[in-house]
Design a protein. Structure first.
Length: 137
């Protein structure tokens, strides 16, 4: 892909993400009919690792970290790591340098393992694990 197409893609993706964040800031995701419920949860009754992320994002945009954590503890906890890794990718792209961090591959595998573990544990039917599941509504 040429540089022109790469920059155009980045600009379009940034504008779309910005518009989505504005929509999420303006109203709670449950208020929008265009946002469907999680298809995985709808079909299986189980919570996927991403269930509650839109509502958590809404509360994060309003600086309500406690409520955001209540809806999606994993996403809120991993947000600083994700921001760092995205910043690293941005730096590599614009500086045309490949920066290799020690144990970087292990970090990615660790995140994958944590997501899989979170998916399994949040679906164990126990009142002690209710804090891992998003509240209804």
């Amino acid at each position: 892909m040429s540089n022109f197409h790469s920059y155009r893609f980045i600009i379009i993706a940034t504008l779309l993400a910005g518009m989505m964040l504005i929509v999420l800031y303006q109203g709670h995701p449950s208020e929008y009919r265009l946002i469907p419920p999680c298809p995985f949860h709808y079909l299986t009754g189980l919570y996927c690792p991403g269930c509650g992320t839109l509502r958590a994002t809404h509360y994060l945009l309003h600086f309500n970290v406690t409520t955001a954590f209540r809806y999606q503890p994993l996403a809120v906890s991993l947000l600083p790591v994700a921001m760092f890794l995205l910043g690293k990718k941005w730096y590599e792209h614009y500086r045309q340098k490949n920066v290799r961090l020690p144990y970087e591959e292990s970090v990615y595998w660790g995140i994958f393992f944590i997501i899989c573990l979170f998916f399994a544990v949040r679906n164990i039917p126990s009142i002690l694990l209710d804090w891992l599941r998003p509240p209804l509504g």
